[in-house]
Write a protein that binds this ligand. Structure first.
Ligand SMILES: [Zn+2]
Length: 387
């Protein structure tokens, strides 16, 4: 393009620019209060249009084209204002990145929520030895589900059992270990002896013929005053550790000094959570010598009552296996190892279920004796599940 052509083009551009500036100034004047307009005019003034005007000025010299520039300069007070205000408008845009920050912090807020599940885990001592078997927790709490069969027959059920998972050599078998007694207030509440509310057919803690039995008796005291509930818990804890080491999962029906679960609730939880139910007790027969172990077998009169009718053979088989375990480990056994007894436990059980008396008030019950009792039971459990 030659010089003349360039001059003509610049003139044309200048004229166009003059028109634009004029339009813009009227727009600015009319719409300064609007934020959007401020942004638009700011980009225009700082953009190509202004640059073009400078070029025009330099190229054309004293052309009237400059007047619009000078004119706009006189009107400039209104134009620059939006320019200075403009930077403040974009600021919110630069602050925007700071707005997302709370959004990125949001994920950190839920974290405590996801950490909550670890709180119950940490309340169980086994958690520290766990962790090799993936995401599965070392243990979990098990509450009585009111929808479970016979749950409505329970009177004390605010407590919970604890289900411990084996971390190695898993058998996928859950052994319900029920440390007898240990329910504060349990002896002042009663529950039905049988799910069909028929009377008890043998004596025991509750007399024959009774419709209701003590929900959980306080248990006997050993000759030295040690409460039965403390000893049954000790045996249960040893047994839990032995069974976990063998690969069994263990439902600790009572995992501490006290659990607010009556005999019906304990039984129903085992029915729905465990593959068998072993209640550990010591007899209060008044004998002055160690009687040895025996299990409470189902009386003949109960064998036609549901659910006993469907499960009494399993109870018998489990009881025989536990006694065999006692004999195998040298643990003293009383007589043939069984005594017929009408118990709330077996009356409501739908899994193999046994109340085993590991001795009486005269039996040794120090740590070594408790450990030996647990060994006998663990051996019997192996026999039961291996058959
Ligand atoms: Zn007992």
């Amino acid at each position: 393009m030659n010089k003349r052509g360039t001059a003509a083009l610049l003139l044309a551009l200048a004229l166009v620019l003059t028109g634009c500036l004029a339009d813009r100034n009227t727009e600015d004047a009319a719409q300064v209060p609007s934020g959007d307009v401020l942004l638009t005019s700011a980009s225009e003034s700082g953009g190509d249009t202004e640059k073009t005007a400078e070029d025009v000025t330099g190229a054309t010299g004293g052309l009237p084209v400059l007047d619009p520039t000078g004119g706009s300069a006189s009107e400039a007070p209104t134009t620059p204002e939006p320019t200075t205000e403009a930077p403040t408008t974009p600021e919110p845009t630069t602050e925007a990145p700071t707005t997302p920050e709370p959004t990125t912090e949001a994920p950190t807020t839920p974290e405590p929520t996801t950490e909550e599940p670890t709180t119950p885990e940490s309340t169980t001592p086994e958690e520290t030895t766990a962790g090799e078997d993936g995401p599965r927790a070392a243990s979990e709490e098990v509450y009585l589900d009111p929808d479970w069969q016979y749950a409505e027959e329970s009177a004390i059920n605010s407590g919970h059992a604890v289900l411990y998972y084996a971390q190695e050599n898993r058998k996928d078998i859950v052994v319900g270990v029920n440390a007898g007694h240990g329910t504060e207030g349990g002896s002042s509440v009663k529950t039905y002896c049988h799910p069909d509310h028929t009377p008890k057919v043998t004596g025991g803690t509750t007399e024959e013929g009774a419709i209701k039995a003590i929900a959980v008796s306080s248990g006997m005291d050993f000759d030295d005053g040690t409460p039965e509930s403390r000893v049954t818990l000790k045996v249960a804890q040893y047994l839990r550790d032995m069974l976990l080491a063998k690969g069994y999962d263990v439902l600790m029906v009572r995992d501490g000094k006290d659990v607010q679960l009556d005999n019906v609730a304990r039984t129903v939880i085992c029915n729905h959570t465990a593959d068998c139910h072993i209640a550990i007790h010591y007899d209060s027969d008044g004998l002055g010598y160690d009687k040895g172990a025996y299990f409470m077998s189902v009386p003949g009169a109960l064998k036609s009552m549901y659910p006993v009718s469907d499960h009494w053979q399993e109870h018998e088989e489990l009881g025989r296996a536990l006694i065999a375990g006692c004999r195998d480990t040298g643990y003293k056994v009383w007589d043939d190892g069984s005594m017929d007894m009408d118990l709330t436990q077996t009356s409501y059980s739908t899994v193999p279920s046994v109340d085993i008396e590991m001795g009486n008030q005269s039996s040794a019950h120090d740590d070594d004796a408790c450990y030996e009792a647990a060994e006998a039971l663990a051996a019997g459990i192996d026999i039961f599940f291996e058959n």
